[in-house]
Structures are given as C-alpha cells and as structure tokens.
Design a protein around this ligand. Structure first.
Ligand SMILES: NC(=O)c1ccc[n+]([C@@H]2O[C@H](COP(=O)([O-])OP(=O)(O)OC[C@H]3O[C@@H](n4cnc5c(N)ncnc54)[C@H](OP(=O)(O)O)[C@@H]3O)[C@@H](O)[C@H]2O)c1
Length: 267
C-alpha cells in the first residue's frame, strides 16, 4: 500500500533553489527544507540570502548553504558556480526560478531585452541542469522544476518579453523531460497565477499607468478574474514545488501545472 506521508518526505535529498531569497523561490526553499531536504539557496544579494538561510527549518542531517550568483551572467555561472557544484555531493532537485522580465509592450522591446531575458531564464537553466544531470543520473533520482507563468498557456497583455521567453522555457522543459525521463528524472513547470510577492506590485502599477486608472482598481479587476477571488500566498506555490520534488510525483513528467486559483481559461 502506498504511504503518502513517507513519499512526500525529502530526507537525504539536496536541492538547488534559484531566486531563493524572496517570493516563490524563498517559499519553495522553506517547503523543501520542511520536508527534510538540504538546500543551496541561490540569488544575487548575499544579505537577503543570509536572512532566508537563518529562517530555514533545519533538523539533524540537513545542511543548508548560500550561493550568491547572477543568473543573467551565464558566463560566470558556467565557470564559478558549476565548478563549485561539481565539487559538491549530488543535487537531486533543481528549481529554476528568477526575477521575471520587466513588464512592457512587445512593440517597445529591443534586442537587448530579449537577449537578457533569454540568457537569465533559458540559458541559465541549461547551464545548471547541464552540471547537475550526471549527479541526478547516478542517484537515479532527479527533479527539475521550473517556475514560469500561466502566460505559457495564455499570453498576458503587456508582458511582451516575458511571454516570449516563458514559451521558450516551456519548450526547453518538455524537450528535456523527454530526454532525461529514462534516467528517473522528471522536468515540470509550475505556472503561478497572481501571487503575493514583490513581483506583483510593479505589474499592477504598469497596467494602471497604461490605463490611466488607480492601482487599486487594477488589483480589484485582477482579483475578480480569479475564480478563487483572491491572490495566492507564496507558500501555496512552495508546497506544490515540494510535492513535485518528491517521489509521490514520480509519474508526473513534462507538464505545465497552473497554480492560479483557476484563472487560466484554457484546458
Ligand atoms: N508573483 C507573481 O504573481 C507571479 C506570477 C506569474 C509568474 N511569476 C514568476 O515567478 C518567478 C518568481 O516570481 P516572484 O514573484 O517570486 O519574484 P520575486 O519576489 O521578485 O523574487 C525573485 C527572486 O529571484 C532573485 N533574482 C532576481 N533576479 C535574479 C538574477 N538575475 N540572478 C539570480 N537571482 C535573481 C531575487 O533575489 P536577488 O534580487 O537578490 O537576486 C529573488 O530572490 C518570476 O519569474 C515571476 O515572473 C510570478
């Protein structure tokens, strides 16, 4: 008989969580650590990382650490960070997550905006998975979980560069899922809906500016567009990520999972 309580535990597993000092990444790190995993927290600001580290649950056998790195600097990521990861014991769980590309109309985006966002999201994921896959294969256990956006299913107005890069990331993940599935590794995408983090406010402000209305009005419209009539708390995303990282989710591979209170209309 299946024992779900045991299957969702992550004791003895190691996770690299990107964008882990705030928002959804931080909640993912907390949920994964709560299930027993040891966490490598990656983001740019060492101070914010140190604060998150201090709050991570840690029982005997769990070792957490921080890695200060810029996912947009894939050259340095490839040299310094991957070198460091190669010296470490295997990482079983990789959470690809980062700051979202700046809001803006696609007609006003330039070459650099696209190149920077592609590098920070898709190339960074390629570099990190490239160095971690061997360890996952030898452990016969791997989870690559990408935090993307519901724009993968329905592009969101006013997020031109983001919509484009999220689509690329979703295709990257599906292709990877097909290649590494035989090695006991799954690759899945979590698509957050409106989630109460620092990312949400600038998006609402940009919309309010474009429409010439109050931010509160935009927030109300957004809330009413969600069948649950509320925004997500970050830990509702973190818990889903911890589930996908566990052996309870071993037969889920290559999916786009909206965690959006039912807002996305497409099936
Ligand atoms: N919140 C939402 O409603 C929502 C909805 C749909 C999709 N999403 C997407 O979900 C992802 C996470 O969103 P969030 O709301 O949790 O964002 P957030 O609160 O702004 O947190 C972003 C995290 O990523 C780190 N980060 C940003 N740029 C980085 C870089 N170049 N290199 C390394 N780390 C970097 C930040 O730390 P440092 O600044 O210290 O590096 C921080 O820890 C984003 O891609 C976002 O677009 C969010």
């Amino acid at each position: 008989m299946s024992n779900l309580n045991e299957k969702i535990r992550l004791d003895g597993k190691r996770a690299l969580v990107c964008g882990a000092s705030e928002g959804i990444g931080k909640s993912a790190a907390m949920s994964l650590a709560g299930q027993g995993a040891s966490i490598l927290l990656l983001a740019r600001s060492p101070d914010k990382l140190a604060k998150t580290l201090a709050n991570l649950p840690a029982k005997q056998g769990q070792n957490h650490a921080i890695v200060a790195a810029d996912l947009g600097d894939t050259q340095k990521l490839e040299t310094d960070v991957t070198e460091m990861l190669r010296r470490e014991p295997p990482v079983h769980i990789l959470v690809n997550n980062s700051g979202g590309p700046a809001p803006g109309l696609i007609t006003q985006a330039n070459q650099q905006d696209f190149a920077d966002a592609f590098r920070q999201h898709v190339i960074a994921a390629q570099v990190l998975s490239g160095v971690l896959l061997d360890g996952m294969r030898s452990a016969a256990y791997g989870r690559i979980i990408n935090v993307i956006s519901t724009s993968v299913k329905e592009p969101i107005a006013g997020l031109g560069v983001s919509n484009t890069v999220r689509g690329a990331m979703a295709s990257w993940a599906k292709t990877m899922a097909m290649e590494v599935g035989p090695d006991g590794i799954t690759v899945n995408n979590v698509l957050p809906g409106y989630t109460r983090t620092g990312r949400l406010q600038p998006i609402f402000e940009a919309r309010a500016n474009r429409a010439g209305v109050d931010v509160a009005e935009i927030e109300d419209q957004a809330r009413m567009s969600v069948p649950a009539r509320r925004f997500a708390e970050p830990d509702e995303l973190g818990d889903v990520i911890a589930f996908l990282a566990s052996s309870a989710a071993s037969y889920i591979n290559g999916v786009n999972l909206p965690v959006d209170g039912g807002r996305t209309g497409s099936l």
